[in-house]
Design a protein around this ligand. Structure first.
Ligand SMILES: Cc1cc2nc3c(=O)[nH]c(=O)nc-3n(C[C@H](O)[C@H](O)[C@H](O)COP(=O)(O)OP(=O)(O)OC[C@H]3O[C@@H](n4cnc5c(N)ncnc54)[C@H](O)[C@@H]3O)c2cc1C
Length: 466
């Protein structure tokens, strides 16, 4: 039996080498083990791929899929592997396609406000390139220095700018996709408006590599805002924090970012990356506005007035680029700082209608206190999207058990507040057992039918979502 398995694996490796060349294939155990994890922090040494393949063009992907289809072999697309829901773990072994080498920006059109990119383009690189032409690609999963277009489309990533500009799904207008049998398909067009048939593009956005493999994307761009202003406003109560968000919006201001950090987050960041945060406050709001210079000053002053009216106990303003950068560095350090509290950090991602943000955050505090979990809460409060970063030692069975209990209660809480299991990180294998509690059963049934239509042999990223 073992010999047959080894022979089959060797066949796969040889076939992959023929398709992409020896230098683009990894098959040593140690190499495969590094691909058996992602930013979810969960590794199972029994669940490793047979082979990792670096692809350079769509034809290679198509050939790999034809082979995998003929052998009913799982295929997992992998970009930077920074997802937080186990979305690219090789649960059933198989072939991992790594897109790091398919990283070309193929076209940027200022007249059409679009660009065409390969899936391995790093988001910050794209933002910089389009920025040179005074254009802007807003979706920014807070780790934009690492995460790639293919992965962010796979999960329809959001991030801090979603409140004003929308998530990845709002920017993708056409995809080149390789289907499970190797067929190459385009889902949309380069037109900014297009209702010619079903919106197939959106079907693939957020599908976590379970319906097809993306080999090219056409993405909408917008003109780059001329200027921005940033501030950090502190509050002693969650109610004042939440009311401030609503009052800013009621005053017809749409901040480009309105993010929340709770007291534990402030304290943890300050312990490891000191940047003069006020660690005695219950919560802080990072508020960024952008647009034409002339209007920003009046909006900035109006926001300060609203914060003061809602009992803000301190407002840290930024008048130079360096001061702005310092505020942003503090916010972007929240995950890294929490990761210093314990060997592992697990990030959750629930979303509720914004009116329920206070009971959600208070409920999370209570659940984590009950299970004695070190938790730093931050999130995109404008979207009602909250991330508890939970620091623990997964080798400790008590902590692991407590985390699993807390996770179940967290999802129950979010659902009881008319919320959902994920606002932007996806389902992966980490939340798949809960999906039937969150979706209308008829909706779930049709999702499964769609999966079967596109992937009758269940070879595309099996064990994810359902
Ligand atoms: C510190 C930190 C902060 C984060 N902050 C945010 C945040 O604010 N907002 C947010 O939304 N997310 C956030 N994330 C999560 C993560 O960064 C995003 O989900 C990210 O966009 C994933 O990109 P990736 O390139 O790492 O994709 P991967 O993790 O490699 O893949 C993600 C999914 O896409 C699929 N996929 C990859 N490439 C393809 C392809 N070519 N075709 C089809 N499917 C494909 C994979 O199979 C997988 O299901 C954060 C993560 C970290 C570690």
């Amino acid at each position: 039996m073992l010999n047959t398995l080894i022979k089959l694996t060797n066949n796969t490796i040889r076939t992959m080498e023929n398709i992409v060349g020896k230098d683009n294939v990894l098959s040593a155990y140690e190499e495969l083990l590094t691909y058996s994890t992602d930013s979810t922090n969960i590794t199972n040494p029994d669940e490793i791929a047979e082979v990792v393949v670096f692809v350079e063009n769509v034809q290679q992907v198509s050939k790999i899929m034809k082979y995998a289809y003929s052998k009913s072999k799982p295929v997992i697309a992998r970009a930077a592997g920074t997802n937080l829901c186990g979305a690219c773990l090789p649960k059933k072994g198989g072939i991992i396609i790594d897109f790091a080498k398919m990283n070309k920006i193929l076209e940027i059109s200022k007249d059409n406000l679009i660009c065409k990119v390969e899936p391995g383009v790093v988001i910050e690189d794209l933002q910089k390139e389009v920025g040179k032409l005074d254009l802007f690609y807003p979706p920014d999963p807070s780790n934009l220095k690492a995460s790639m277009i293919g992965g962010s489309i796979g999960l329809s990533s959001g991030g801090p700018h979603t409140f004003k500009y929308g998530a990845t799904k709002d920017f993708v207008i056409d995809l080149e996709v390789v289907l499970s049998d190797g067929t190459i398909m385009h889902t949309g067009s380069s037109c900014s408006k297009d209702v010619t048939g079903y919106n197939m593009t959106q079907l693939f956005v957020g599908s976590e590599g379970t319906l097809g493999i993306i080999t090219q994307a056409t993405i909408r761009l917008i003109p780059k805002p001329e200027a921005k202003r940033v501030m950090l406003a502190y509050f002693d109560t969650l109610e004042d924090t939440s009311k401030t968000v609503n009052d800013i919006i009621s005053n017809l201001i749409t901040p480009s970012v309105i993010d929340l950090m709770d007291n534990n987050t402030l304290k943890t960041i300050e312990s490891f990356y000191p940047c003069n945060l006020k660690t005695d406050k219950t919560a802080a709001l990072l508020i960024e506005i952008d647009g034409f210079k002339e209007i920003l000053d009046s909006q900035y002053n109006k926001i300060i007035e609203i914060c003061n009216r809602n009992n803000s106990s301190y407002i840290q303003t930024a008048s130079t680029k360096e001061e702005e950068a310092r505020i942003w560095i503090s916010r972007r350090s929240s995950f890294g700082a929490t990761a210093k509290l314990a060997p592992n950090v697990l990030t959750e991602d629930v979303v509720v209608p914004r009116e329920n943000i206070v009971p959600l955050v208070k409920g999370i505090w209570e659940i984590c206190k009950k299970y004695e979990l070190k938790t730093c809460i931050m999130g995109h409060i404008g979207d009602g999207n909250i991330h508890p970063n939970i620091a623990l030692d997964l080798r400790n069975p008590v902590e692991r058990y407590n985390f699993d209990r807390a996770k179940t209660e967290l999802f129950e809480l979010a659902l009881s507040l008319n919320g959902r299991l994920s606002g932007e990180h996806g389902i992966g294998c980490e939340k798949s057992e809960f999906i039937s509690k969150a979706l209308d059963p008829n909706n779930l049934e049709y999702m499964k039918k769609i999966k079967k239509l596109f992937d009758p042999k269940n070879i595309l990223n099996p064990g994810k979502i359902f």
